[in-house]
Design a protein around this ligand. Structure first.
Ligand code: SME
Length: 158
């Protein structure tokens, strides 16, 4: 298949996600390798949605996440369970939407330009295997629309 994405520039956030989802489905269809699929999901989200930073932290041990495939500026390599937004989402098994990262106790500032953030647990067979982290350089940039469509994208993973 062709690997070029069709990008909607003059569209609402919802329309962009709706156009992207079947394309991501095509990209990861029949590929079982997790790293390859997470890499393409990160690249597709960065390109289509214009996110400042988007990527995955993967469970590396009982109490630590390690940086996985991502797009954006270089980031912290390891995050302890319960630490920062990513470690908290993992520990609480909960989607976290943070409108202002400076107001989140223990937020880990990988990039000073990051202002708001959404983190979703990534599960396989009901078990958390990592998190999807998206950062914006604007305040209050994420809402339930992002949660809904980012979850749909994670649910596409085989
Ligand atoms: N801000 C995150 C750390 C990861 S970076 O944003 C890429 C956190 O508090 O968990």
């Amino acid at each position: 298949m062709a690997e070029d994405l069709t990008i909607m520039t003059e569209a609402s956030k919802e329309e962009k996600y709706q156009s992207l989802i079947p394309q991501i489905k095509g990209l990861i269809y029949e590929e079982q390798n997790l790293v390859a699929n997470l890499a393409n999901i990160s690249a597709a989200l960065k390109e289509a949605m214009g996110f400042f930073w988007v990527g995955f932290y993967l469970v590396d041990s009982e109490d630590e996440l390690v940086l996985g495939p991502f797009q954006g500026p270089v980031a912290c390599t390891r995050i302890k369970k319960g630490k920062g937004v990513c470690g908290s989402s993992w520990q609480r098994d909960k989607v976290l939407i943070v409108p202002n990262v400076d107001e989140f106790p223990g937020h880990i500032a990988c990039a000073s330009a990051s202002k708001s953030e959404i983190v979703l647990p990534l599960k396989k067979h009901g078990k958390i295997i990592g998190v999807l982290d998206v950062d914006s350089d604007k305040l209050s940039d994420f809402d339930e629309v992002d949660q809904l469509y980012l979850q749909k994208i994670l649910d596409l993973l085989p």
